[in-house]
Design a protein around this ligand. Sequence first.
Ligand SMILES: Nc1nc2c(ncn2[C@@H]2O[C@H](COP(=O)(O)OP(=O)(O)OP(=O)(O)O)[C@@H](O)[C@H]2O)c(=O)[nH]1
Ligand SMILES: [Mg+2]
Length: 319
Amino acid sequence: MSDDLLARLRAGDRRALARALTLVENRAAEGEALEAALWHTCGHAYLVGITGPPGAGKSTLIAALAEFLRSQGATVAVLAVDPTSPRSGGALLGDRIRMLEQSIDEGLFIRSVASRGRARGLAPALMGMALLLDAFGFDVIFIETVGAGQDDSAIAEMVDITLLVLVPGLGDSVQLLKAGVLEIAQGYVVNKTDTPGAPALARELRAAQRLATPHAPERPVFLTTATTGEGIAELGRFLLDNRQALLATDLKQRRQQRLLAEAQYRATEAFAKALQHALTELPTEFLARSPREIAAFLTQRAATFLQGADAPEPDTTSS
Ligand SMILES: Nc1nc2c(ncn2[C@@H]2O[C@H](COP(=O)(O)OP(=O)(O)OP(=O)(O)O)[C@@H](O)[C@H]2O)c(=O)[nH]1
Ligand SMILES: [Mg+2]
């Protein structure tokens, strides 16, 4: 890793930040080294996951929230995974956020992240990028993901809070309930309240919660119109209060939690790779055997494959 890049990052150089983010996004060795070097300085930023169906207004909502948070003195970074909705088409981050992107505000940083053509998981790339932004000093980091994928639930475990954005009229809530997506969020946003059906959707969300988790404290439901800013201040204040409460808790514990969630993801990734490798070694005669025997063979081979990978030794010198 270039010490120069690290030094420039530490000095608050935004061009160095952009370059470092690319290295981490590609999960290049240099990026991994940067993460390792900066790990101990992170944990101060408040990480907000924003998820929901395509075109729900996630990007527009983030842009509006970013403006509000800036007005309250908080610095904001945004990581947005490329859009899914054909409607926003070429507009990678939505119109409003692109407008913000062109601002020269030093307290705001926006970056889009490609999800396509990726050999390795999106979640560690995003978390690594968030770590860099955290170490760089941003107060609040938004991570916009497309929703309902495996990566989304992984990311939900690594961020401080996840908001699920829904819009009236899609009949989403029932489907989301089935898919278990409601559970990954700690708060719900009913966006596009300028279109019919918002109060009904909010009611439905409250009812669905009571049904799914009758004893858990009720998660808040916010009503917003991201395009006009309606309801944004209330949601923004909720986030700031939640952040304040979190910052009062143990930093080390929070950092460890994030660390473990990401490590677990990476380990799962390694296991999956080992299993893929084992499959290529399955003798054809095994196809006549029982699934249990095939599984035993695969497990054995995968374990051997994993043993070949170098595991770091416990380091007794670092805390
Ligand atoms: N009427 C109305 N339109 C909105 C609102 N919020 C966003 N939109 C519009 O909805 C469209 C999609 O908004 P985006 O912010 O790009 O939605 P997204 O969820 O980020 O979309 P993807 O990233 O593609 O999944 C845009 O045309 C927005 O202008 C709202 O509150 N009311
Ligand atoms: Mg978007």
